[in-house]
Each structure stands twice: as C-alpha cells, then as structure tokens.
Design a binder for this molecule. Structure first.
Ligand SMILES: C[S@@+](CC[C@H](N)C(=O)[O-])C[C@H]1O[C@@H](n2cnc3c(N)ncnc32)[C@H](O)[C@@H]1O
Length: 287
C-alpha cells in the first residue's frame, strides 16, 4: 500500500510523492509541462494526427493520468487533424493513484472535457464517445501488456519510477513486449536516459536517440524501429560500459530486489569497463 503526498512542481501543477518508491510522480520542473513536451510532443503525435486517420497510444504507468490528459488536450485543442479516432490504453497497478488525483482536484489543470473523461475512466474503467476511447487496465503492467495486440501503438509513453526503484518495468523482457506492441513506424518515449534502459531498448531491436532536456541537464530517450538522429559519441561510449547491462526478468514476475541483484551479478562478471572508470576518463561529464 502506497502513501501519496501532494507535491508542488515548478510550472504550478501539483503531483504526488510516493512514500513506497520514495520518488515524485513527475519532474519537479513541471508535471504538466513534462507530459506535454516529453511525452506528447516527443512522439510526434501532432504530425501523425495530420497524416493518419486513427491514432493509438499506450500509456504505460497511467498514474494521475497526466500523459493521457496531455494527449486529450492536444486532441481537442487542434483543428488541423485528419485523424477521426484516438484510442488510449493506460496500464497502472494502483487504482488509488488516478482516484486520488481526481479527489484532490489535481486534474483541474486540464481542459474540462479532458477532466470529464479522466473522471469517467476512474469511475468506469473507460470512456468512449465514438471518436475518443480511453481504457484503464488496473493490473501489474507485466501481465496486462501481454494482452495488447502486436503493432497496435503509434506512440508508447514509458513512465515508471526510476530503474533502481522499479526495475520490473525496465527489463529486456518487458521492453520486448513494448517493442512488439509498437507499430513499425511508431515511437516510444521515456524521461530516462539511463544506460541500462538504452541497452535494453537496443537489445530488443529498437534504435535509440535523445530527446531534449527539460529543466535538467539530462535528456530523455526516444526509441523506434525507424532511424533516429544518432546519440552523441559520449552517449554511445557509455553504452559499452557495465552501466548499459540491462535488467532482466525472464518470467516477468521477479521482485525488484531479485532483478537488481541479478544485474549486479552480471555486471561483476562482465569484462566491460565500469562506468565509474569511464567517468574518471571523462571529467567533463556532469555527475
Ligand atoms: C512515475 S509514476 C507515473 C506518472 C504518470 N505517468 C502520470 O502522468 O501521472 C509511476 C506509476 O507506475 C505505477 N506502477 C508501479 N509499478 C507498476 C506495475 N508493476 N505495473 C503497473 N504500474 C505500476 C505506480 O503506481 C505509479 O502510478
């Protein structure tokens, strides 16, 4: 059972802080901004909406529903689209989070129409007005992902707590399901630039690039089957170190502690350079 504390962010939007994971649900630099720029903007949905008749979005770790809300606000706020149908599927294992967001009025920052959909999703598990369908699946995402159709998603938002705290949702096996669900020309985006995450995305056959930093020095990550602008030389070098050894969870059921321990063992056995030794050779890189 998680205890959720209200947590203000720099753009004026409020989020939660999780006592269980000891992390905020959003960037302190702005929860609303993060959803709009790091997720909706980075996956190129506005452009796709001009070119395609339908869009499908997989919101992994729905939480307060902000990434879904930013998608709905974009959808209702643009007249320049050919798309007539938007489907969003949210995966989340703690129903108290979206419920709490509405109870504390944290969703009041979004368009009234978006707020109404978020409320209906929490009350009924979904909402469909004929042109926009949102479904929320409350279960461990490692299980619910197995029911999602292959090549379904134009965009995947990957927004778990950090890899150290929630390694279950950053493993090669979980990301391989996300890759399976992604359309051949779709994009997956996440706030994390961790080498272990990028290493796993590469291992499941995706290419990786950086998204622009937002309020902090570190970039986010975009992944796709289509070519992306290449990583910088330093980012690529880091992927040859032990830091890029990914998390693994062959049965999609291991505990966080087990997943972390197995990775540490694999790192110890590896003959790759350690990331600390690599960083000593590159003092110009911020810690
Ligand atoms: C960083 S927050 C997501 C924030 C969210 N995207 C938003 O806009 O509010 C991570 C979320 O992952 C959920 N979570 C943790 N473990 C999970 C799991 N195994 N399956 C599904 N969701 C999980 C947490 O309950 C939390 O809501």
């Amino acid at each position: 059972m998680d205890t959720l504390r209200l947590y203000p962010t720099a753009d004026g939007s409020l989020t939660f802080f999780s006592e269980l994971f000891q992390e905020a649900f959003h960037s302190l630099h702005g929860a609303k901004q993060e959803s709009e720029i790091k997720y909706v903007g980075a996956t190129g949905l506005p452009q796709r909406a001009r070119e395609q008749s339908q869009l499908a979005v997989l919101d992994v770790c729905y939480g307060l529903g902000f990434n879904t809300a930013a998608t709905l606000d974009f959808w209702y706020g643009t007249s320049e689209r050919r798309a007539v149908r938007l489907d969003i599927l949210g995966l989340e294992n703690n129903g108290q989070v979206p419920l709490g967001a509405i109870a504390h009025k944290l969703t009041a920052i979004w368009h009234p129409r978006t707020q109404a959909i978020l409320a209906q999703v929490v009350a009924q598990g979904g909402s469909d007005d004929g042109s926009v369908g949102v479904t929320l699946n409350i279960a461990d995402a490692r299980q619910s992902i197995q029911t999602v159709r292959s090549q379904w998603a134009d965009a995947i938002y990957l927004d778990p707590f950090s890899p150290r705290r929630c390694p279950q949702l950053w493993t090669v096996e979980f990301l391989s399901h996300l890759a399976r669900c992604l359309k051949p020309d779709g994009y997956l985006v996440t706030y994390s630039c961790a080498a272990a995450v990028r290493g796993a995305l590469l291992e499941v056959g995706l290419q990786v690039g950086s998204t622009p930093p937002l309020g902090r020095k570190a970039p986010g990550t975009i992944a796709a089957f289509v070519p992306l602008p290449p990583l910088s030389c330093l980012e690529q070098e880091l992927l040859n170190t032990r830091a890029a050894i990914p998390y693994r969870d062959p049965t999609l059921s291991a505990s966080a502690a087990t997943i972390v321990q197995h990775r540490e063992r694999e790192q110890t056995r590896s003959d790759r350079e350690t990331s600390s030794s690599w960083r000593r050779r590159h003092p110009e890189i911020p810690q």
